[in-house]
Design a protein around this ligand. Structure first.
Ligand code: KPL
Length: 289
């Protein structure tokens, strides 16, 4: 559900393993997928795929839409038998929103890298790890089933008891990289190469770390995690930069916006997160009107 860059990458692997996969997409991407999916980068291939522009019955539904579309998608999924619903999205609140309308919702965090080259054509840019878990922290039958499905599809996957922490940590890492890259129009590597950018990124990271500790999560050296991700993805244009470049809304509300809101509830000040939130909102207004 949301067969963009990441959705198509996972759909490709799962289909290759022999499962029956439906790629749900909209607009130009839907039209292109009806003609087939091309993958380049680490794998070069072209395959025919089943594309649909609406949700279909399934045993497992992977949700890879942008966070601001989650609620609309959840309402649509509530009209079909969508089986286990596993979010592989960025940002905070997706699983909770899906669970308002659907049963059997799981959280997922992945570091697989995929870019949309053009409609119907993705670049597999980096193999990663995928963590799947139930928000309760229990390793349920559904968690094991999804992990087995992914492993059978040659996707590195692991069942975890701490998916909430992983979702928040990914959001904090994104909060320190994505807005700087989007506002300054630079690739991820510049976050560590340019000392002034790094000064900002490490402060954003430490605000997120303090907030996570207050939430009861055991985290440390978040700035070092940010450095590592920025270095490993140095040539990437972050998803937020790509959104701005394509004139699309960003996920800032669900990343720095969610951190600002949660920190306020906890009574801690996160001025660097608030600043980046305002700047990206301003850039969105400038670009999208
Ligand atoms: O998740 C990402 C994103 O762009 O949203 C990172 C890890 C920053 C890679 O680009």
């Amino acid at each position: 559900m949301g067969a963009g860059a990441l959705g198509c990458l996972f759909g490709y692997f799962i289909k290759k393993a022999g499962y029956d996969v439906i790629f749900v997409a909209r607009g130009e991407q839907f039209k292109a997928l009806k003609r087939g999916l091309r993958i380049s980068g680490i794998i070069e291939d072209e395959v025919e795929v089943k594309a649909s522009d609406k949700p279909e019955d399934a045993d497992v539904t992977f949700v890879t839409v942008k966070a601001y579309d989650t609620e609309a998608v959840a309402k649509k999924l509530a009209n079909v038998n969508c089986g286990i619903v596993c979010s592989l999205q960025n940002g905070i609140g997706n699983e909770e929103t899906l669970a308002m309308y659907l049963d059997r919702v799981l959280g997922g965090v992945t570091t697989y890298a995929s870019n949309l080259v053009e409609y119907g054509h993705i670049e597999f840019a980096g193999e990663g790890k995928t963590f799947i878990g139930d928000l309760s922290g229990k390793i349920t039958e559904d968690v094991l089933m999804v992990v087995e499905l992914l492993k059978n599809s040659k996707i590195n996957a692991e069942a975890v008891t701490d998916i909430r922490k992983r979702i928040w940590l990914k959001a904090v890492v994104n909060s320190a990289i994505n807005p700087i890259t989007a506002v300054c129009r630079v690739r991820n590597g510049k976050i560590v190469e340019i000392p002034e950018f790094w000064n900002v990124a490490k402060r954003i990271a430490s605000e997120g770390e303090e907030m996570m500790r207050m939430m009861g999560f055991d985290v440390e050296n978040v700035a070092e995690i940010v450095r590592d991700v920025a270095e490993r993805t140095r040539n990437n244009r972050s998803s937020m930069l790509q959104d701005i470049e394509r004139g699309r809304r960003t996920e800032i509300d669900f990343i720095n916006g969610a951190i600002v809101k949660t920190a306020e509830e906890l009574g801690i000040d996160v001025p660097f997160n608030r600043l980046m939130y305002w700047l990206v909102k301003g850039v969105e207004r400038l670009e999208l009107g």
